[in-house]
Design a protein around this ligand. Sequence first.
Ligand SMILES: [Zn+2]
Length: 575
Amino acid sequence: MKKLLLLAWLAWAAAAGAQTLVGRVPVDDPADASRLAEMGFTVYHAEAPGFVDLVLQPGDADRLRALGYEVLDPVPLARETDIDPEYHTYEELSAELAALEAQHPALCRVDSIGATQAFGRTVWAVKLSDNVAAEEDEMAVLYVGNHHGNEIMGCETLIYMINRFLQDYGTDPQITAWMNTYEIFFVPLFNPDGHHAVTAGINLFWRKNARDNDGDGIFYEFTGGTWWTDNHEGVDLNRNYDWYWSNDGSTNIWSYYYRGPSAFSEGENQGMRVLAGQQRFVSAISFHSYGDIVIAPWTWPQSPGAPDQDVLNSIAQGLAQHFLNDNGQPFDWDVYPGQGGRFPNWLYGFAGVIAYDVELLPYPTFIPPGSQLAERTLRYCNGSKWLLERMGGPGITGHVRDAVTGQPLFARVEIQGRISPQVRPRYTEPQYGRFTRLLNNGTYTVFAGKPGYATQRIQSVAVNNGWTTLEIELTPLSGEDSEAGIASAPAPARLRAGRLSGGQAELVVELDQPARADLAVHDLRGRLVARLLDRDLEPGEHRITFAPAGLPSGVYFARLAAGGTAAVVKLVLVK
Ligand SMILES: [Zn+2]
């Protein structure tokens, strides 16, 4: 069976011929990928809305243009007909991790986070840290590879990185300091069943896991034609997280983006949920291919983006500068929609983790020759290291403790203006009571609260190129007061749009109490286009004029953060 499928694939690849090209078709509608497939085009890869990359048979480019599509950057199709032995199989990876743990028992621990949905293969998590067996009061960082079976460069990069860190601990001062200071977690191969389809030569383009969707007991069914439409097995693990799950991906088992029968239906994703719940990751990267781009959460309909959009964007920019493409130039970066079950969205929304997808490799490459592996994994490892550099701040960290007993508290800690219905409340880690927030330089107001304690409001917390440490003590309340929590702390603030005329908008801010007001305007991508207020305001009504010189027509969002509450209004600018 396996051999037959491989032969079918080889026959297809041979028929594709030397002149076959891949071209990029920009699309706005997520349905365009399947629409193009249904019209008989051969989809190579897609990220829709965004782009669909097509294998261009003779005449296809003209047909597409006649249909009103643009065809960009045609390049010869890489002949990915075989996988070189430099790449790890799952068995080789498992053996290598076990050997590293045995060689470095004080620095490396290998654990299972769960089993794959179809074959029960163990999904490994590797922790690197000094005193690795202990849960120390250290910040945790997470790197994940291979959500998608055929996107194997992330896995190889992380295997390299694990080896590099263990080898250089004690001699490389930076790596030594990081491993002493942080708990660095790796899930190098998140989708072993999909990866197996690739390394075993069943299908070099296998993206999803190996769930037997049609329940016929035959795995890895693939009819060998246009792989995009002929693979009705597996779930897209990057669409299975319980984060606005039903808004993204597909309900069709044949789809590249099949999201599974329910959120967290897959063993792989369930394992990640456990890991993320146990470890309070501060930041994370998940590797994909391809495109040389860093992708941050998130754009959101009717909202200016994430409450930490400034931080998400600035770290995306920093990462992009440190991941270099084949020409030695920085990666691109972008902000993607937040309302869907993708890993960074879920991890940020669920746990407040500053999380990214990073697409390694240039368009349109999934599996480069094995001879390039050493150079690429070193280069991508160097990019990955910048996240650890950024873990040195700026930001705010510290502990919340009971003022009477000194015991660490599981308490809610929020930063004024950074609360949103789309992000779950942020809590301390219960064992040590630590909280950590990556921020940009600035001045912040921090709230800490817990039912049964008086809420603390700490104003004018300055953050300047490093960690600002706050040790917060909460005083227990007695009797009727004990219901007071952080929810009672914010001062009510309201925002509405006033007149819109002559290209000028008026915004009305109403405050019930004196408060520091931050009023900013963002575009649809979540980018800051104007900061209209960042100062203390008296109670009452304040009218602010927004004169958007130089901004194109379109939709913008004005967002007010004041007294711990946030309000958003939509502005439609017509010039
Ligand atoms: Zn991917």
